[in-house]
Each structure stands twice: as structure tokens, then as C-alpha cells.
Design a protein. Structure first.
Length: 155
């Protein structure tokens, strides 16, 4: 039993020498959702607090992102979040893709699937009240409708 504990401790120490890359891609204000959609400050704060760590290039890594293997989980979660929706590069999405991403965002917020429960453990301020959820859904719906109208107008 003692040997197993020593092996686990040694392995834990060794994996600390393989940190994750916590470098965020450079900011692109001209492509950022909040900027291009002229998001009101109140909604902007909600999105920044509850979404941006995983769905933008402005991730603020928590303290436990310095400890492997927790850091690997965090980095994978961020990579997946950015892959599914990246607010920092929203302007590069074609209008149809923007609409699709907004529909997904509406659904995820309404069903309380986003932010993830696991994210709340280290980010209590990210937990959305019912009022905040309603405001966010209403805003995403408005932006989706505006984008749809833009497509119709340009045809």
C-alpha cells in the first residue's frame, strides 16, 4: 500500500512539469460579439461573467488551472467551448451560422444547460438568476431576428 501511495505522489509531481498553455489568442475587437452587436452594458456584463471564460479568447484561468490533472480538464473544456461558440470571433461566422449559434445559445440558456453546473464551483458569480436568463434569452432572440432580417434585406 505504501508503494502505491509513493508511486501516485511521484506521478502527481511529474505531471506538474507538463503545464497547459494558458496563452489567449490576441484580442480582435472588430470581430467580438459584444462590440459588433452593440450589446447593452447590463447584458454585456452577464455574458462576460457567465460565458466568456469558455466561449471567447478572453479566458481568465482559475488558480486550479495551475495544477495537473485539473488543468487538463479546464483546458479541454475551454477548447471545446471555443470550438462550439467563440464570441471573440463571432463576426467571422457567416450570417446563417450566427443564427444557428444564437438558436443554440437560446436553447442552452433556457434549458439551464449553460453555464455548466461544474463551472459554478469556482465561479459563483456566473450563476444566472431567472431574471438574467430571461434577459439573455430575450437579447439573443432579438439579435437572431435582426440577423435574419439582414439576410432577407440583402437578398
Amino acid at each position: 500500500m505504501k508503494k502505491i501511495i509513493v508511486v501516485i505522489l511521484v506521478a502527481f509531481v511529474i505531471i506538474q512539469f507538463f503545464p497547459i498553455d494558458k496563452t489567449n489568442p490576441p484580442p480582435t475587437p472588430g470581430m467580438d460579439f459584444l462590440k459588433i452587436k452593440n450589446t447593452p452594458e447590463k447584458i454585456s456584463r452577464i455574458i462576460r461573467t457567465s460565458c466568456y471564460d469558455c466561449h471567447s479568447n478572453e479566458t481568465t484561468y482559475p488558480w486550479y488551472a495551475n495544477i495537473s490533472p485539473a488543468s487538463w480538464f479546464v483546458k479541454n473544456h475551454i477548447n471545446e467551448g471555443r470550438k462550439h461558440l467563440n464570441f471573440s470571433t463571432f463576426a467571422v461566422y457567416e450570417p446563417q451560422r450566427q443564427i444557428h449559434k444564437l438558436k443554440e445559445s437560446i436553447e442552452m440558456v433556457e434549458k439551464q444547460e449553460m453555464p455548466l453546473e461544474s463551472y459554478y464551483l469556482g465561479h459563483q458569480d456566473a450563476k444566472l438568476s431567472d431574471e438574467q436568463r430571461a434577459e439573455l434569452v430575450q437579447y439573443f432572440k432579438k439579435i437572431k431576428e435582426d440577423t435574419e432580417r439582414g439576410i432577407m434585406f440583402n437578398k
